[in-house]
Write a protein that binds this ligand. Structure first.
Ligand SMILES: Cc1cc2nc3c(=O)[nH]c(=O)nc-3n(C[C@H](O)[C@H](O)[C@H](O)COP(=O)(O)OP(=O)(O)OC[C@H]3O[C@@H](n4cnc5c(N)ncnc54)[C@H](O)[C@@H]3O)c2cc1C
Length: 567
């Protein structure tokens, strides 16, 4: 069903089993799981899919080494298992990420874990070689039966300096290990939405549809593209509103204080020397204030992050000048002599971690565990509300499974399908070896007529979904986009029609990495809006509105220099 058909359907049939509020990765994971079990379920988001915290993460599928220090062994074990599953199930969107942790002392930090255990740790002290080594050993131990990444090695001072020139000279050594990077994390979200709808005709997803009110058996939704409201009557509501969970409950007249969000920003810099120093390996280090920070290779760019600041108003969260100043001193601290300046920023992004409410002073110590908090029905609201509090991107599948199991038990339905080994989107039938990949590319190129080098670029972006895109591309007259010739008009049009795109920014920010990699420019913006308008039936006015909207968003929220977007 298309958007209009879904809206008409619920206007005529307001009763349904489950309404999920919030289509970040936790809501989407739950939506997919319930859809696979045959449940009639609707997921709505007031923004686009994966536009909240799920678009703002450091993009690491990781165990979270530092949580060992907090004694969160269960979380680290689960995260590592889920990281490995993601690598297996979404190989087109998750890749190995070599990581270096430089250390500057031998014994420091040994007391962090015991003090945390006794509840007396205000702020962790610097982690030395021994502590990092112990953490590394535990990391490897947790995955010994299901090894998907190489085990760690400890680098000597000399080896560390060879891997990363510019590293501070007082380094005593470094740990080297592997986690995973999800360069296009948002695609893992939207592809699950599409998988779920394809698997179950009674599962529907609507972006730009906000929950605004609730009472009795009804929840009022507002279609934000038209401003029209309608009501649905779910048997159960899942509040996956992330940092907005308490706002959603307030709209449902059930005030809560589940969340104590912290905002985190990152910048993406175009600095070839820094990219060379980073040398394909993320550098994970402690800043002067004790916070962990990262330089991460991101294709030919480098991501620098992240902050961790309390934030009660997630709608207003944006990377500020002060945060950029904070990032600018990272290089002096860890890579002295390396010049990083504001003019190199091509993009920045920010989001609010939906952490559980806590009075802890140093927010880095708040647990990243997830929990399901239930609001029971009563006279004012006749359906239970399951609230998805906390969690990490990496662990979404496990959290979704737990939520789906509880929901199925409420509905009296038994589980039919598991998601542990289920491929996602373009990870389906993925050729895993270099030979299988070469064969796949050759065969699809022959079948579709799309030249091999172009198909290879599509494969890198979309995995095996590249075949459907290639078929679409050859079915009509195509041309490279003005200002962005590595993309073509029909590729953009395929995404616009097939992937629930409503605005140009959905496509630039969450269906592709065009904006994040700093590839957008004025002519490309106009060409993309025009190509989308053709297939989405936009008037010339609407195309212009989309161009203006995207310019405003990219310049005010993502730091894209305005002059880059002029024609
Ligand atoms: C800076 C930063 C770095 C991080 N790094 C990592 C990392 O490297 N690895 C990792 O595993 N995790 C990381 N995380 C954590 C991870 O990103 C989050 O835990 C996860 O994305 C939360 O997903 P969610 O679905 O719960 O929330 P969100 O993605 O925020 O989704 C909530 C959704 O609810 C919607 N919503 C709100 N109100 C309404 C309403 N009234 N009606 C309809 N919809 C509504 C919002 O629009 C939003 O899309 C990081 C987080 C941040 C902020």
């Amino acid at each position: 069903m298309n958007r209009q058909q879904i809206l008409n359907h619920y206007r005529q049939n307001p009763r349904l089993s489950v309404l999920i509020i919030g289509a970040g990765i936790n809501g989407i994971g739950t939506f997919r799981d319930l859809a696979l079990q045959g449940v009639d379920v609707l997921i709505v988001d007031k923004n686009d899919f994966c536009a909240g915290a799920s678009a703002a993460s450091s993009r690491q599928a990781h165990g979270g080494l530092r949580y060992l220090e907090h004694g969160d062994f269960r979380l680290v074990r689960e995260s590592l298992a889920e990281r490995n599953r993601l690598l297996l199930n979404a190989p087109h969107a998750v890749e190995l990420l070599q990581t270096t942790i430089p250390v500057f002392s031998w014994f420091s930090g040994l007391l962090n874990a015991p003090l945390k255990f006794m509840g007396r740790l205000q702020k962790p002290s610097a982690r030395g070689y021994i502590v990092v080594k112990l953490g590394m050993m535990l990391y490897d131990w947790f995955t010994r039966k299901n090894r998907a990444t190489p085990t760690h090695t400890m680098l000597t001072r000399q080896q560390a300096l060879e891997r990363h020139s510019h590293l501070r000279a007082d380094v005593v050594g470094a740990a080297s290990y592997y986690d995973c990077l999800m360069p296009q994390a948002e695609r893992i979200g939207v592809e699950q939405v599409l998988d779920a709808e394809a698997a179950n005709p009674a599962a529907h997803a609507l972006n730009y549809c906000a929950v605004v009110d609730g009472s009795g058996e009804s929840v009022t939704l507002r279609d934000d593209l038209t401003g029209e409201s309608f009501t649905v009557q779910p048997r159960l509501v899942i509040n996956a509103g992330g940092a907005w969970i308490d706002f959603v409950n307030r709209a449902l007249k059930k005030p809560t204080r589940f969340i104590g969000g912290t905002k985190g920003s990152h910048i993406v810099v175009d600095n070839p020397t820094l990219a060379k120093v980073v040398n394909g390996s993320s550098v994970f280090f402690e800043n002067t204030d004790g916070r962990l920070a990262i330089f991460m290779p991101f294709r030919d760019k480098v991501i620098i992050g992240a902050t961790d600041l309390r934030c009660d108003q997630p709608d207003d969260a944006v990377c500020t000048d002060e945060e950029i100043d904070y990032f600018m001193q990272f290089a002096d601290h860890i890579l002295p002599g390396m010049q990083v300046d504001r003019s190199q920023i091509v993009f920045h992004f920010c989001g609010v971690r939906p952490l559980p409410a806590s009075d802890v002073e140093f927010v880095g110590l708040v647990t990243r565990e997830h929990s399901l908090r239930v609001i029971e029905p009563d006279d004012s609201i006749r359906f239970p509300i399951y609230n998805l509090v906390g969690g990490k991107w990496t662990t979404f599948r496990a959290f979704a499974e737990e939520t789906a199991d509880k929901t199925l038990s409420f509905l009296g339905i038994s589980r039919k399908v598991g998601t542990e080994d289920l491929p996602i989107g373009g990870g389906r039938d993925y050729p895993r070896t270099p030979q299988a990949r070469a064969q796949w590319l050759h065969q699809v190129s022959t079948r579709t007529g799309v030249p091999l080098d172009w198909l290879t670029a599509l494969f890198e972006r979309y995995g095996t979904r590249a075949e459907a895109i290639a078929r679409h591309i050859v079915a009509g007259a195509d041309a490279p986009l003005e200002g962005l010739p590595s993309y073509s008009r029909r590729e953009i049009q395929f995404l616009a029609v097939q992937e629930k795109v409503e605005h140009v920014d959905d496509l630039l920010l969450r269906r592709t990495w065009i904006a994040m990699l700093g590839l957008i420019n004025g002519p490309a913006l106009v060409a993309i809006a025009g190509a989308m308008g053709e297939v989405l039936g936009w008037s010339a006015d609407r195309v212009q509105q989309e161009i203006d909207r995207t310019r405003t968003l990219l310049t005010t929220r993502n730091g894209v220099p305005a002059e880059r977007l002029t024609v």
